[in-house]
Design a protein around this ligand. Structure first.
Ligand code: ADP
Length: 402
């Protein structure tokens, strides 16, 4: 049974609404995924949460990895039972800025394997999301089970606005699964913030030389092939294992690994959509223009109108000249301008896919009109997205993008 089979169930809908209401107070929801188990997904999720909280962000870390919940172990919280108040589950305050909650708390014994069938797992994850009051957070990091099965699907379909970070190791067998994870994210319309290559080389503590134990760089290439940001490589660090096993997995990275992790976190923060930073009501809408009106050929427009809209009103308008047309260049350039939305006549699948992975909402099928009129239509919700209108000639609608 998948989530989508439950769409007409009023209880299911009510629970979805409850989850959305609770998570509206969270600016950035990030699910950490991997194609395979054992690649360091939980280690990365835990470190992302800790590094972000150390920077002053309010962070929640939720472990829904039902098959191998390891977050409690990493934080030395194994055996901690769920704390409940009334019908709400309370996250554990690890520090003032970091709240942690693991599905591990549901287990009688930390080593007992969780043998739940799909529907039970979906129900438990949804209940976990519905019954936890995180309060206002800058980030909620969700450690999801590996693969592309029911559990990540539940997170993707339940947590509105969720974005993914994909963790891999350099081996081809892991990278093949990453490609599946990327396809999964595209299929469920979940933008990917980036790929992290873990266990990428070993820095010799004595001589400082990096030994490439597995051929590194595949994560970066996979990211480039899919037009997804590459967030960085984390080396194999024996301190990670020793500290993790001792329940001190977080503060015991060697200084070199800490520096690398910090760089990864900085890149991740840069990749976050600007619209979600603090004021959620601001949109920056890109419109390709020729002679002051919507350009039929998205990739060959003269200019882009970049319209800033706050609370439904245009507060700023910039006219920018895009770089020369080449595959993938203009979508990434539009994303780099901090745009949150793009309104076009038509757009090919490749460009749409880049916008999707960069977290920009694409609306196709706009009529040829001025940017002001198009924004007015758009903010009133009166512009219907016709999907890829490239190969149809809609009367009165612009068509064709490259
Ligand atoms: P996953 O969540 O993908 O199953 P974990 O985060 O639980 O993987 O990590 C699996 C094992 O690999 C753990 O013992 C962990 O300490 C170790 N590990 C993870 N990342 C590193 C690293 N960069 N260097 C050394 N060991 C690591």
């Amino acid at each position: 049974m998948s989530c989508s089979e439950k769409v007409n169930d009023p209880q299911f809908d009510e629970q979805s609404q409850k989850i959305n209401q609770l998570l509206q107070k969270v600016d950035h929801k990030i699910v950490v995924m991997s194609g395979k188990g054992g690649v360091g997904k939980s280690t990365v999720a835990a470190n992302l949460a800790v590094f972000l909280s150390n920077q002053g962000y309010k962070v929640g870390l939720l472990d829904v990895d039902v098959h191998g919940p390891s977050i409690s172990g990493l934080f030395g919280l194994t055996g901690l039972k769920l704390i409940t108040t009334g019908d709400q589950i309370q996250p554990y305050f690890y520090t003032e800025n970091l709240k942690v909650l693991s599905i591990q708390g549901l287990l009688d014994h930390p080593d007992s394997p969780l043998i739940w069938r799909g529907p039970v797992k979906i129900g438990i994850i949804r209940q976990f999301l519905a019954d936890v009051n995180w309060g206002p957070l800058d980030f909620l990091i969700i450690d999801s089970p590996p693969g592309t099965g029911d559990e990540p699907l539940t997170v993707a379909q339940t947590v509105t606005g969720c974005r993914a970070v994909i963790v891999t190791t350099p081996q081809e067998i892991a990278l093949a699964d990453v490609r599946k994870s990327i396809q999964f994210c595209q299929a469920v319309n979940m933008p990917v913030l980036g790929i992290i290559e873990n266990m990428s080389g070993f820095v010799c503590p004595s001589c400082g030389v990096t030994h490439e134990i597995f051929k590194s760089g595949g994560g970066e290439k996979t990211a480039a092939d899919a037009n997804i940001p590459f967030l960085g490589r984390l080396p194999i660090d024996p301190a990670v294992v020793i500290a993790g096993d001792a329940g001190q997995g977080i503060d015991s990275l060697t200084s070199r690994t800490k520096e690398t992790m910090q760089e990864i976190v900085d890149r991740l923060v840069q990749e976050l959509p600007k619209k979600q930073i603090k004021d959620g009501s601001i949109m920056k809408i890109a419109i390709p223009l020729v002679s002051g009106k919507l350009c039929a050929h998205f990739g060959h427009c003269e200019q882009f109108a970049i319209m800033t809209v706050k609370d439904g009103k245009i507060t700023n308008q910039e006219m920018l000249t895009p770089p020369p047309h080449a595959p993938g260049v203009i979508p990434n350039w539009v994303a780099d301008q901090g745009c949150t939305d793009i309104v076009v006549g038509g757009m090919g699948e490749a460009a749409q896919s880049i916008f999707m992975t960069r977290g920009i909402k694409v609306t196709c099928g706009a009529p040829i009109d001025t940017p002001e009129n198009l924004v007015a239509l758009y903010v009133r919700g009166e512009m219907v997205n016709v999907g890829n209108s490239c190969d149809h000639d809609h009367e009165g609608h612009a068509c064709g993008s490259h």
